[in-house]
Design a protein around this ligand. Structure first.
Ligand code: F6P
Length: 357
């Protein structure tokens, strides 16, 4: 019997989501199923009428508005959080699956969205297949999440651009990148972009030691320095640094300024700080993300056409794999300080600013 598969994108946008949608629609329809696209993530399930419409392969053409080369998600998304405190919203979300006549739901999301969706799925008996996406690359159970490679490419490009000012003026250029509580973007872009210091939450830096390492570089004749710092690096008191957004909410941000001030106090060099912000989330996906999105989208569609549920399709050992959602939701994948890339960065002479080493 023909299966009716729902699909939604949830949480912060990133590059590669449209490629996942395209792969899901093409594979489900080729398998004799039909796809229902749910707008604006979990908000679409909460709305009445439910914000959903059928999707056909013609809706996900490569050259269309939501084509494989477009960033963001043309289905829309939201990260407005958990409506758990509103029982009627909760009930509407849980009833939507049945009201839409779904046989399975493919949820493309990060750690927070997959946890929320799994809560609804287990309470309401949905068959849920997750696809990991987030620039942060902090979803457990997968080596890679859709969107990370494009963010790393953007941060690497930013470091390349900052190097010209570092070297022309003999300045210290500090780049603050995203990543929430993890340093995957900072580590990968720091190596690829040739940073002199890579500061990540998993190896909490001593800002005086960072400043000392940079000052030593300049004493030894280096003209400029590049420092990349993950937004989740704690301040000297051990707390994450947050900035108020115009709407009054608080988001990670501001550690770059503190790192810059510490370095300025220890060197004669001028210091400038750049916060990359959402520039690393937007724009077209790099080829690696389009490829990952396509492979995981097809794998998720095949599981949805079958009988699987309560699982995520991850990427391990250069192949897609099924991971029980119980091993994903609520668990963060952090940078392992014993990771080969950390060792490589040290081998390249980059400092993590630990001090005392
Ligand atoms: O999780 C993705 C992410 O981009 C984080 O790296 C960042 O801290 C956060 O989302 C920003 O969220 P918002 O788009 O709501 O400002």
């Amino acid at each position: 019997m023909s299966k009716r598969i729902g699909v939604l994108t949830s949480g912060g946008d990133c590059a590669g989501l449209n490629a996942v949608l395209r792969a899901v629609v093409r594979r489900v329809c080729a398998g004799g199923g039909e796809v229902v696209g749910i707008r604006d993530g979990i908000d679409g399930l909460r709305a009445r009428p439910i914000a959903a419409a059928p999707l056909r392969p013609a809706d996900v053409e490569c050259d269309g508005a939501g084509g494989i080369g477009q960033g963001g998600t043309w289905l829309g998304t939201s990260n407005s959080g958990d409506p758990a405190r509103d029982p009627s919203a909760q009930a509407r979300i849980r009833a939507a699956y049945g009201e839409l006549g779904l046989d399975a739901l493919i949820g493309v999301g990060g750690d927070g969205s997959l946890r929320l969706l799994r809560g609804h799925a287990s309470a309401a008996g949905w068959r849920l297949i997750g696809v990991p996406k987030t620039i942060d690359n902090d979803v457990a159970g997968t080596d890679l999440a859709v969107g990370h490679a494009s963010a790393v490419a953007a941060a690497t490009d930013a470091l390349d651009r900052l190097r010209t000012t570092a070297e022309s003026h003999g300045r210290v250029m500090v780049l603050e990148v995203m990543g929430r509580d993890t340093g995957h973007i900072a580590l990968a872009s720091g190596i690829a972009g040739g940073a002199d210091a890579i500061l990540i939450p998993e190896i909490p830096p001593d800002l005086n030691a960072v400043a000392g390492d940079i000052a030593a570089r300049h004493r030894h004749g280096h003209r400029g320095s590049l420092v990349v710092v993950a937004e989740g690096v704690p301040d000297p008191a051990g707390a994450a640094v947050r900035r108020r957004d115009p709407g009054g909410g608080a988001h990670y941000g501001g550690i770059g300024e503190r790192v810059g001030r510490a370095i300025a106090a220890a060197t004669a060099a001028e210091v400038r700080v750049t916060v990359l912000g959402h520039l690393q989330r937007g724009g077209p996906p790099v080829a690696e993300d389009r490829l990952l999105a396509s492979v995981l989208g097809v794998a998720a569609a095949e599981r949805a056409l079958g009988e699987d549920g309560d699982c995520m399709v991850g990427w391990r050992n250069r192949a897609p794999c099924g991971v029980p959602l119980g091993q994903v939701a609520g668990r963060l994948r952090r940078v392992d300080p014993a990771d080969a890339r950390v060792a490589a960065a040290r081998g390249l002479g980059m400092t993590f600013g630990e001090g005392g080493a």
